[in-house]
Design a protein around this ligand. Structure first.
Ligand code: ATP
Ligand code: MG
Length: 243
């Protein structure tokens, strides 16, 4: 479970995230949507302790990310929106590095890596350097590294970006399996068809302000019948298009 209370981030005059509060429940996939620059990445970086907030608090399975960062960080795996770290390592070296960091025993590791690498279609390249990977392959190895310690909370910033349809399908299945086990998944996306099909809960942010949290049905009930999530998204952001 992720609990966000009154989270605030400002850059000079600009308020990137404006006092937002919400909860991502166990057993649910929460989709985080909003236009470019709305504050999704900033929020996810504050949740994961990468960025210091100017106010508010974040609890991960009940542990405060600022008060007990080590314990809080063991609760989640984070896939950032830019997979271009650790380029000089080979795929398998990076995954082993992440596993060592979390103190995962070496036995049992191999089976997990092989199963998930095969499912994502990266197993053949695991011995090559990440520098030689395509964007989508880099994304896949970052996903493996983020999940190697089997965290209960998955936090993914645009995880489908650059993945081929097979890998994207497989990642969606993994997210569903993970939630079915009573865990939580929070991910940001611009692909509204994916959010519509996959998510139990939707978070909508606009210019740092939370516009909606709840089920897709709850959101739909506020609008004329038969509107897609895309229609509703455009409706919510309409005034900006006329500015
Ligand atoms: N380091 C920074 N310095 C100044 N402003 C920043 C910084 N990082 C983010 N911002 C601003 O904060 C706002 C939110 O940015 P953020 O990256 O969180 O958006 P986003 O919702 O993830 O967008 P996208 O969909 O394009 O990924 C933007 O207006 C951005 O310009
Ligand atoms: Mg972003």
């Amino acid at each position: 479970m992720i609990e966000v209370h009154d989270l605030l981030k400002t850059y000079g005059e600009k308020t990137a995230v404006n006092h937002i509060s919400w909860t991502a429940k166990d057993g649910a996939i929460t989709g985080f949507i909003g236009p470019n620059g709305a504050g999704k990445t900033t929020t996810l970086k504050m949740i994961t302790g990468i960025l210091e907030p100017d106010g508010g608090s974040v609890l991960l399975n009940g542990t405060d990310i600022r008060k007990d960062p080590l314990k809080a960080k063991q609760q989640f795996g984070f896939v950032s929106d830019s997979p271009d770290h650790f380029l000089r390592l080979r795929g398998i070296e990076y995954v082993n590095f992440m596993a060592d960091m979390y103190g995962i025993p070496t036995e049992g590791r191999r089976a997990f890596v092989e199963e998930y690498a095969a499912r994502l279609g990266i197993l053949d390249a695991i011995e090559n350097t990440i520098l030689s990977y395509s964007h989508g392959m880099r994304q896949k190895i970052m996903i493996l590294g983020a999940l190697i310690h089997r965290p209960s909370i998955w936090i993914l910033d645009e995880p489908m970006l650059g993945l081929d349809p097979l890998a994207s399908h497989e990642l969606k299945l993994m997210m569903k399996e993970h939630c079915a086990g009573g865990n939580s998944v929070l991910f940001s996306t611009h692909v509204l068809e994916v959010a519509e099909k996959l998510c139990d809960e939707i978070l909508i942010i606009k210019k740092g302000n939370l516009q909606y949290q709840g089920t897709l049905e709850g959101l739909r009930s506020k609008y004329p019948a038969n509107l897609s999530l895309e229609d509703i998204f455009i409706e919510i952001n309409k005034e900006d298009h006329h500015e």
